[in-house]
Design a protein around this ligand. Structure first.
Ligand SMILES: C[S@@+](CC[C@H](N)C(=O)[O-])C[C@H]1O[C@@H](n2cnc3c(N)ncnc32)[C@H](O)[C@@H]1O
Length: 248
């Protein structure tokens, strides 16, 4: 997967790109992250990248010239890449978007534009293909958002994680939250591991996990169930459970 990150703070990515699974994927070239220093495209002797907003108001705004020049330099080197503007005004990042962007990064390449200050001159938007927000909150800059996207997409790249089953079975990969997990010891301060997990019957364990995933999702994130295909028995289970909860 190829990702270019346009940022005023390339040093922000130093440690994450050298650490753990992402560090290994980066050094092996499975996830090639190119850091594009926006300052290089700044204007004048002082390499200015921001200016006061027309009309007044707090803070500074990223100038169109430097950001568009940085985007054009990435496009020149990677003509098929998708340029994604990171902004709290974008479409929400979620697991399905991580899957989509991993595919984009593997095909033509992905470019992530990190804003700072009060954001972008509006005319920059015309030079981007997509806008993504990592959640309904406001960060100080796009670097955290870029890192979250790179991490989430990188672990979907074949070969990055040792056991690919783990990305198939985890939370949100099938639209549901993951079932509860346990490891040793079998008993911790009086809390026992559910008996079903100790029996070695894989079909029974799989059925228990599916039920736990459904119940956990219904309880914590009921809106996610709308996108999930359920059997008649599963629909009945959820109806009975919610009727039980309503009666409590
Ligand atoms: C302080 S924010 C600017 C917010 C801007 N004034 C607005 O209301 O849209 C500075 C930069 O942080 C990044 N950022 C902040 N929150 C974000 C989010 N939820 N998702 C993605 N990027 C975000 C964007 O790149 C943004 O340009």
């Amino acid at each position: 997967m190829k990702v270019s990150v346009i940022t005023l703070f390339p040093e922000f990515f130093g440690s994450p790109l050298q650490t753990g699974i992402l560090g290994r994927a980066h050094s092996e070239g499975r996830v090639a992250v190119e850091l594009v220093d926006l300052r290089r495209f700044g204007e004048g002797r002082h390499q200015i990248t921001d200016d006061y907003p027309f009309g007044g108001g707090a803070g500074m705004v990223l100038k169109p010239g430097p950001v568009v020049a940085a985007i054009e330099s990435v496009r020149a080197a990677t003509p098929d890449c998708r340029v994604v503007l990171l902004t709290p005004q974008g479409r929400l990042f979620r697991q399905t978007v991580a899957q989509e962007l991993a595919g984009v990064g593997l095909a033509g390449g992905l470019a992530l534009v990190c804003g700072r200050y009060e954001g972008y001159d509006e005319r920059i938007r015309a030079y981007c293909d997509d806008e993504v927000s990592i959640g309904d909150f406001v960060l100080m800059g796009g670097e955290c958002a870029a890192l979250a996207i790179v991490e989430a997409a990188a672990r979907l790249v074949p070969g990055v994680l040792g056991d690919e089953a783990s990305t198939r079975e985890e939370s949100l990969s099938d639209g549901l939250l993951e079932y509860p997990q346990y490891t040793r010891p079998r008993e911790f301060r009086g809390a026992e591991v559910p008996e079903v997990l100790l029996g070695g019957n894989h079909a029974v364990i799989a059925a228990w996990r599916r039920t736990q995933s459904l119940l956990r999702t219904a309880h914590r994130r009921p809106e996610l169930l709308q996108g999930v295909e359920l059997t008649a028995a599963e629909r009945r289970l959820l109806r009975e459970t919610s009727a039980g909860e309503a009666g409590e």
